[in-house]
Design a protein around this ligand. Structure first.
Ligand code: FAD
Ligand code: FES
Length: 366
């Protein structure tokens, strides 16, 4: 009986695999999509592309780079674009990422829309200034046991214009049978230093791109990235600022606070940095120096898993509890948050509970 079930399941599995293979083959060989026209922003640009690729890749081939933090897997929802005609029905992969309003306004995931016929699309103007950069690794410095800082010298183009808080998409190379991918990394350097880009990258266990950075990318190697992307940057108000970050979430905040210093912005700023233990902390000396130079700036590192009998005399506990202790009233502040989704959701809940309007909270979830 058991053997019969195993044979039937195996037979069904083999049939599905053969069918899937035939479909892929049919799509590749039999279907010929010819050349398709991409009409962008009501004729502002008209591109001719070979049909058959995703809209995301077709645009990248023409040097128009759409944010794609998951590298086209349909999971990050960063590649949303308005496709007013020619896209076909919304795919099941897109469904969870699109609200009913977005679906009604023809918003789609560019990585999931296949170019099969002429398309009319709308692309935000700021994305036309995104470029692809060739760079060389000038420095690779361990900051903790699982975080490195990369400094990239720009080769071509030789300079980048960006706002503190924005990110780039680093392109990894193939290694040990793992595919080349693109992943988003916030720029940690200052916009004033525009011939370099610095990144702070945490090793994600079994992660494709971060493992490539840690194990295969070395000083002197070439690296390619596109950017800048993103809307996470300092607002143009006078409100006092609360920054909250954890781990490599340090990157955009490190850029923002030093850019404030460069530009003479003196809005009172308190930066809470959450870590597990002392071995997860970095830049302590740099922040002490910044505090000495900038009376408007305060750095508050907090440890949630540091042994009680250790030498640590600073804040202890969950970063959200530490923020709540320092700021029982957040109604007049703005907040800039960066780190894991869980940390950001918890921080938003505390800030809002203590009076901060949600519109005053800006974040990048890693
Ligand atoms: C705007 C933005 C800015 C960012 N800035 C930074 C930054 O400054 N520093 C930083 O360190 N990170 C940053 N990130 C996160 C970064 O983009 C990557 O997500 C991170 O480095 C992991 O990428 P990876 O290729 O190493 O891992 P991935 O290969 O994407 O894997 C991530 C995890 O998923 C698991 N996984 C992968 N594929 C599968 C699968 N098929 N099934 C089940 N599990 C799977 C892996 O085991 C791993 O645990 C940022 C993200 C965004 C969106
Ligand atoms: S690139 Fe991530 S969802 Fe499309």
């Amino acid at each position: 009986m058991l053997t019969a079930i195993v044979i039937s399941v195996g037979f069904l599995l083999a049939c599905s695999l053969i069918l899937a293979g035939l479909l892929v083959l049919a799509e590749k060989i039999i279907l010929n999509y010819d050349t398709c026209r991409l009409d962008i922003n009501d004729g502002r640009k008209v591109l001719e592309v070979e049909g058959g690729s995703s809209l995301l890749n077709s645009l990248a081939e023409k040097n128009i780079f759409i944010p794609s933090a998951c590298g086209g897997r349909g999971s990050c929802a960063y590649c949303k674009l308005k496709v007013t005609s020619g896209a076909g029905p919304v795919s099941p992969v897109e469904e969870p990422s699109l609200s009913p309003e977005e679906r009604a306004s023809n918003i789609r995931l560019a990585c999931m829309v296949k170019v099969r016929r002429d398309l009319q699309i709308e692309i935000p103007e700021d994305l036309f200034s995104v470029r692809r950069f060739k760079a060389r690794v000038a420095r690779k410095k361990p900051l903790t046991h699982d975080i490195v800082e990369l400094r990239l010298d720009l080769l071509e183009p030789a300079a980048i214009e960006f706002e503190a808080g924005q990110y780039i998409q680093l392109e990894s190379a193939e290694y040990k049978g793992r595919e080349a991918v693109m992943r988003g990394y916030s720029i940690s350097s200052r916009p004033a230093d525009n011939q370099h880009v610095e990144l702070i990258i945490r090793l994600v266990p079994d992660g494709i791109c971060s493992t490539w950075v840690f194990e295969h990318l070395n000083v002197g190697d070439n690296a390619t990235f596109s950017g800048p992307y993103g809307l996470f940057h300092l607002s143009d108000t006078q409100a006092p600022i609360i920054c909250i970050a954890g781990g490599s979430g340090m990157a955009p905040i490190w850029s923002i606070v030093r850019d404030m210093k460069d530009k003479g912005i003196t809005r009172p700023t308190t930066y809470f940095f959450g870590a597990l233990t002392q071995k997860d902390l970095f830049f302590l000396d740099e922040f002490r120096q910044l505090e000495n130079e900038c009376p408007w700036f305060k750095f508050v590192p907090a440890l949630s898993k540091e042994p009680q009998d250790s030498t640590w005399t600073g804040e202890r506990g969950l970063i959200t509890d530490v923020v709540a202790r320092h700021f029982p009233d957040t109604s007049q502040h703005e907040a800039y948050l960066c780190g894991s989704g869980g940390m950001i959701d918890a921080a938003i809940a505390v800030l809002v509970k203590n009076g901060m309007p949600e519109d005053n909270i800006f974040y990048d979830k890693f």
